[in-house]
Design a binder for this molecule. Structure first.
Ligand code: ATP
Ligand code: MG
Length: 442
């Protein structure tokens, strides 16, 4: 992509309404545009990151055996009357009437709708386990939308729903999602810690929030230092092996970890001072087992091996890709801007032409641009006529992992400079090696 043809509305000033760094940087880097309280458009740079985050989420859901579907954003109130939640949900639900005066709503979540799909088709335990997910916009009329996409009213959510014959099956389904979440967040360069969450009237211990430690987090959290060194399960993890998956979950639920609401002072007191991490946290995911809470009132049942009918045991599993992007920035930035982990960076490499219009600089940049693109890299080529200082500032602000800097002096000497955004390290390379450095063939 040539920057001269791109839409990257960079802000020079810090927007006054932005209280936290991720919100400031997303506005300044031209990633998002606020349209109303808690509602944002995703501009080209932001959209690229959102797509990368969603791709990772999708790959890990698929790997764990979940199947992608897509349900509508607007739902019928009647479905929610079946589960009894239409009255209970309160003011966070945006209620709408259509032209026939029918009650509709903008979905804050999809348990009812997915249960309706399930009960219409699945009748036997032989078709289980089943896990259906989608990545779809949600609307929750939050009392206090704030911090940009961190707590917005319209936001993207990946929500998965598992259906099993019994508790044992549901627990195995829960464990698979638990492990999928560990992998998902790690791939985005984040360290997420699963923390016991409130199960309310459902009871049991099958509810975890996945929390990123960051000073700007909205919740106070407590955990054992051991979490910081636990190994995350690799790509080869066998999601069909229930006992292996259960072992991983055990390992990740043994050290102490709790959010404020679940904090247990007595258990905390026995942990040595040096092992205690007490910090602020951002919830990026939440998994929850709720048994027959929806299947029973909505009549979602299957015939079991015993010939009897059983209400299916369900769980739901949420991740907020839009909030995640803010969380990634909170965890990875410096005073000059964003520092993207390679896996979610909007482009892999930026080429900075320090003297656009200079025949040699232009030629070298064009060649590099072509070679890197041919090597499968996503490249943003700054071919604008801005001053070099402005170009450097933009490159640091938008945080691409690598910058290739092409200036007249270097080009005359047959060299370009490569800068790593994270470390700030610069390296001078002969022109011929620059493209190979990023995997291009000779
Ligand atoms: P919170 O406690 O932060 O209000 P929640 O518990 O209501 O969130 P869930 O229903 O568990 O949220 O939703 C699953 C995921 O969706 C959350 O872990 C989060 O990543 C994302 N999410 C929830 N609410 C918002 C929001 N207002 N803005 C952005 N993302 C959100
Ligand atoms: Mg939650």
């Amino acid at each position: 992509m040539r920057l001269s043809r791109y839409f990257l509305p960079i802000l020079k000033e810090n927007p006054r309404e932005a209280e936290i760094v991720s919100h400031r940087l997303m506005l300044r880097a031209g990633m998002i545009r606020q349209q109303a309280a808690g509602s944002f458009s995703w501009l080209p740079l932001g959209k690229r990151v959102l797509d990368k985050v969603c791709r990772i989420v999708r790959e890990e859901q698929d790997r764990a055996g979940a199947l992608e579907i897509l349900m509508p954003t607007i739902q019928s109130a009647d479905l929610w009357r079946e589960s009894g939640r239409y009255e209970d949900y309160g003011k966070e639900m945006l209620r709408i009437k259509d032209r026939h005066e029918r009650d509709m709503l903008f979905g804050p979540t999809n348990e009812e709708m997915v249960t309706e799909i399930f009960r219409s088709y699945v009748k036997s335990y032989k078709d289980l386990p089943l896990n259906l997910y989608h990545i779809q916009w949600k609307f929750r009329d939050e009392v206090r939308p704030r911090f940009g996409v961190m707590r917005s009213r319209e936001f993207l959510m990946k929500d998965a729903y598992s259906f099993d014959l019994d508790y044992e099956g549901a627990k195995a389904a829960y464990n698979r999602m638990f492990v999928a979440y560990l992998r998902t967040f790690t791939r985005m360069g984040l360290q997420a810690i699963p923390m016991r969450a409130d199960t309310g009237p459902i009871g049991g211990d099958l509810s975890h929030e996945f929390i990123i430690l960051a000073d700007t987090g909205e919740s106070q959290v407590y955990c054992h230092r051991d979490f910081l060194d636990l190994a995350v399960p690799g790509e080869g993890t066998d999601f069909t092996n229930d006992s292996q998956i259960a072992d991983i979950v055990k390992q990740w639920t043994t050290p102490y970890a709790a959010t404020d609401e679940m904090h247990d002072e007595a258990a905390w007191d026995v942990i040595a001072d040096r092992d205690r991490v007490s910090a602020r946290g951002i919830e990026v995911g939440h998994i929850f087992h709720f048994g027959d809470k929806y299947s029973k009132p909505m009549g979602a049942k299957v015939a079991g091996p015993d010939g009897k009918e059983h209400f299916v045991s369900m769980g739901s599993y949420g991740i907020g890709p839009s909030r995640l992007i803010a969380a990634i920035i909170e965890a990875s930035h410096d005073e000059n801007g964003i520092i993207w982990p390679e896996s979610v960076a909007p482009f892999d490499v930026g080429i900075i032409n320090m003297k656009t219009g200079d025949a040699e600089c232009d030629r070298v940049c064009e060649e590099l641009f072509a070679a890197l693109t041919a090597a499968g890299k996503e490249v943003l080529y700054d071919d604008t006529d801005q001053r070099p200082g402005g170009k450097f500032a933009t490159a640091d602000l938008i945080g691409l992992p690598w910058q290739v800097i092409v200036g007249p002096r270097g080009v005359a000497a047959g060299e370009v400079e490569i800068k790593n955004r994270r470390t700030g390290e610069r390296e001078t390379l002969p022109l011929a090696q620059a493209a190979q450095r990023f995997g291009a063939a000779r």
